[in-house]
Ligand binder design. Sequence first.
Ligand code: C2O
Ligand code: CU
Ligand code: CU
Length: 532
Amino acid sequence: MKGGRRSVAPVPPTQKQVNMPGIDRPDFKDRRDFMKSAGLAATGFAALPLVGCDTQSRVSLDQRGASNPLAIPRLQAGTIERGERVFRLSLTPGEKEFVPGTPSPTIGIDASYLGPTLEMRRGEQVRFHIDNKLAEDATVHWHGFELPATADGGPHQLVRPGERWSPSFEIRQRASLYWYHSHTHRRAGPQVYAGLAAPIYVRDEEEDRLDLPSRYGVDDIPLVVQDRVIDSSGRLVYPLNMHSRMMGVIGERIYVNGTANAVFDATAGPLRLRLLNGSNARFYTFSLEGDRPMQLIASDGGLLAAPREIRSLTLAPGERAQVIVDLSEGRPLRLIASSPANAMGMMGGRGRGMMGGGMTGRGDSGDASADVFQILDIRPASSAQRIRVPTQLASLAPPDLSSAVRTRRFVLDMGMMGGGMSINGAAMDMDVINERVPVGQWEIWEIANASMMAHPFHIHNVQFRVIDRDGRAPPPLETSLKDTVIVNPREQVRLLLRFEEHTDPDLPYMYHCHILEHEDAGMMGQFVVVKS
Ligand code: C2O
Ligand code: CU
Ligand code: CU
């Protein structure tokens, strides 16, 4: 699978495939194509452990192709209509050349793949008109937001082909990087993979007052990091087989905002990078080549209390982080990521090592069981200013445990060979409300991982605080607001949270593993927020 680019055969236009197996259709009409992609993937996975176990980490071969200017998603601020900020968006079928010359069918939001960065401000009422122009059911979930259950965009807010969905809510979240993506029941994996995902920037006054880089696309750029499986003909495939159902779909090619081998020519500095792990299943430990420092300034739901100098940073699917990078030396910088190359890397003590190493600043990139990917080459302008990060960022009190009135426990498990994805022993059932949570009360949620693989646990409609991991203090990224948190094998993570408003006794929100194949296979539960 490595160096697949070299074996790519050009596909004559007449043979251009219109449907990608497993993406447009829940059933594979063309069995041969499906078997082919599944078989290829199986070969790839079988080969990976060998590569991972007996070589030193290195930049993957398939990242050696020609470099490309980083695509920056169009910034869309909507229009103000009768006091609301209104966004009109269409989910559309598209086509993208993951390998030059070979188009693959994709899904985009007003784009052929991915969508615009939506920009909004805290305190605003926003409204979206989402037109589903796809040939399949879809949903659009607002990841990280507190909102009415009717507006959540989870599996209960299905938008049928040809229909329009118009949710509205007030932005209560702090300034940060959020995102929107498909949450279709049992189809989130293939739909996000095909492109149904994009960033959201929330701005607010607290952040405006700070002198942080904030010129979109200039010194403040979103990086949606995704891995993809490309077959030998150069087409995107979504390989669902026994292995990928268990481990999640892991690709060998990295795309940032859809760009392979991305290069960013900075015209100003310092540079603020907003990282979103938009992959289905892959974890990344990001660092600058040469172990250079970065200033970590924000987590999922907002700024940290103060910047933290870090040398590496681990993000699981769904997680975000913001760092500021100094370009004043004028030398090119390379953002790289080490990432477990295989199942073994995501299992056992390895997951824990990744957290410990990645988050505390000990570089993880020398580990023999990880691939190292080039994420972004940054070419600085000579005019880059020296880095100046404010010493104080957000006002953020430490989590106050004494306010918690109850503890709920959630045990994540996978069953034998991943055949029993569950939370508290049950797989997701659209007709079952698993938890009834009173509004306005502080609770401790204890997330325990009974499986051999790390899971990013995500809760809708809330930004929580991480109390501890097996009793140990959380790493820098987890000292601010979070909505997705890694739970390592055999580990227990405690969260402090409160649902502030928006009650509905019948319509649930979700909590789930953000490895999308795990979510689709049932590692998800439902809760309602009720009047207390
Ligand atoms: Cu980002 Cu329930 O999802
Ligand atoms: Cu969410
Ligand atoms: Cu999982």
